[in-house]
Design a protein around this ligand. Structure first.
Ligand SMILES: C[S@@+](CC[C@H](N)C(=O)[O-])C[C@H]1O[C@@H](n2cnc3c(N)ncnc32)[C@H](O)[C@@H]1O
Length: 208
């Protein structure tokens, strides 16, 4: 089932929820792996309230922020108006509203475990990169915490790194690498009876 109603509902509080789940170190790692440079154009896919976008703007990049949730994009507009060059697009990660070769980078933090078909979303992210462009994806390693599906509308209980490597390669990306971010995503179940702490990976690949 789509997580859109859930994210529409939590949009206004997403920044504080996000801080309780994982730290800014995840963004720092993603941007360092990409090697971003001022003036370049990045797509932030499943942008939410702009965790990755904020880091990109601070480094002088232009951003196209894409999310299924109008409410999340509304939060971003409120925060980033006057703060830099951001275009906001409502769209699906599996059918990105961008032409082939449109961007220098595609980022997706904690979006992949919500999409219906992760390989299809990765193919789309690869499609919108210009030759030499990079996809950098940060998400959860495979885990056993079912309450994240039941309470936070995750579709996938994390991923095997070998699957991620294979999907990047099948999407035509080269120099594929999957590494530890060195941070965990932490959450408690509503009953207070379960605590999840799940390691986060960073995957990168380059369009030939
Ligand atoms: C866990 S939040 C992460 C938000 C943001 N990237 C961050 O790090 O704070 C997942 C985001 O992905 C969006 N999302 C989920 N499935 C999507 C899809 N199929 N297409 C576009 N956005 C999607 C949700 O609306 C939500 O804003």
């Amino acid at each position: 089932m789509s997580s859109k109603p859930y994210f529409d509902q939590v949009a206004a509080e997403w920044d504080s929820l996000r801080q309780s789940f994982f730290s800014d170190a995840v963004r720092e790692k993603a941007l360092a792996v990409a090697g971003v440079r001022a003036g370049e154009l990045a797509a932030d896919i499943g942008a939410g309230s702009g965790f990755i976008t904020g880091g990109l703007l601070a480094r002088g990049l232009r951003v196209i922020a894409i999310d299924q949730s109008e409410a999340m994009l509304g939060e971003m507009r409120r925060k980033f108006t006057g703060a830099g060059d951001v275009q906001y697009r409502v769209g699906d990660a599996e059918r990105l509203p961008l032409p082939e070769g449109a961007v220098d980078y595609a980022f997706a933090n904690m979006c992949l475990h919500h999409v219906e078909s992760p390989p299809a979303a990765i193919r789309e992210m690869a499609r919108i990169l210009r030759p030499g462009g990079k996809l950098v994806l940060t998400d959860l390693d495979e885990h056993r915490f079912r309450f994240l599906v039941e309470e936070q509308h995750d579709r996938w209980m994390g991923f095997k790194r070998d699957d991620i490597r294979q999907w990047f390669s099948e999407a035509g990306l080269q120099n594929v690498a999957v590494d530890c971010v060195g941070e965990n995503c932490c959450a408690n179940s509503t009953c207070g009876c379960e605590s999840a702490s799940v390691s986060i990976f960073v995957a990168s690949g380059e369009k030939p």
